[in-house]
Design a protein around this ligand. Structure first.
Ligand code: PEP
Length: 252
């Protein structure tokens, strides 16, 4: 499983240091050994370099992701952070199109597809979030909205593959109503969405699909057991290194 902790804007340098010290002290390497699980920490841009150096220094088996990248390659875009910038400081991938970015920063499906293309061209793993709002769901529009979000990403992924770029595309199904709400999607909901995404688009290489939304210690094992699910994207619960490690142990 691809297990991604999305730290959002909750960490400080000091807190990252203490988090990693717990993982080192409790033996993350041996907990993961032989499980096939891959662990990812997604930090704000300013901490990527520190995080990457600390993970290496402590010998922790973890990948570093950004939480977003600019839709521009380079140039006069004050305050933006490019794909090249995150690569320079040790990130190997980025979350893209998180619902908080779509909602608070008006990111469109096209922006997300552009960012996906830039990541693929630069050799950075895109982890693209998609998911319906509570209103979409109540109106019976779940699959319609998901198709609109995923279609431009599928197109970009197909083009990249045609251009010989062989980087895996990860998709995270994150129903907006499930994020931080304590209400996770049911296994049946997730199964339905995964089939729609895999069957309805002409993927040359099928994406790996993760689930995110109120994953916690009580539901982590049953969600992870879903057939064809490739991983989990977790916010609040994995801000605590003990819960993160206990979750890994519940999975192995
Ligand atoms: C998220 O924001 O990506 C997320 C899954 O959050 P939480 O686990 O807190 O619902």
């Amino acid at each position: 499983m691809f297990l991604v902790a999305n730290w959002k804007m909750n960490m400080t340098r000091d807190r990252i240091g203490r988090y990693l010290a717990v993982l080192e002290g409790k033996g993350l390497s041996s907990i993961l050994s032989g499980t096939g699980h891959e662990v990812v920490f997604a930090a704000t841009h300013v901490y990527l370099e520190y995080l990457s150096e600390e993970v290496n220094r402590r010998g922790l088996p973890a990948k570093i992701f950004a939480q977003d990248v600019s839709s521009r390659i380079e140039g006069a875009f004050t305050g933006e952070v490019s794909v090249r910038n995150i690569l320079d400081v040790g990130a190997v991938g980025s979350i893209l199109g998180h619902s908080e970015r779509r909602r608070y920063f008006r990111e469109t499906d096209e922006d997300v597809a552009t960012k996906t293309g830039l990541c693929l061209q630069a050799g950075v793993i895109p982890l693209v979030c998609f998911g319906e709002s509570g209103e979409d769901r109540e109106a019976g529009n779940t699959l319609k909205v998901l198709r609109e979000q995923v279609a431009p990403v599928a197109e970009v992924a197909a083009k990249a593959l045609k251009d010989g770029i062989d980087i895996p595309v990860y998709l995270a199904y994150e129903p907006v109503w499930a994020i931080g709400s304590g209400k996770n999607a049911s296994c049946a909901d997730i199964r339905e969405v995964m089939s729609a995404v895999l069957e309805e688009f002409p993927w040359t290489a099928p994406p790996k699909i993760l689930y995110g939304g109120s994953v916690n210690l009580d539901n982590v094992a049953s969600l992870a057991a879903l057939k064809n699910l490739s991983g989990l994207l977790v916010g609040s619960a994995w801000l605590d290194p003990e819960i993160f490690l206990n979750s890994l142990m519940a999975l192995s």
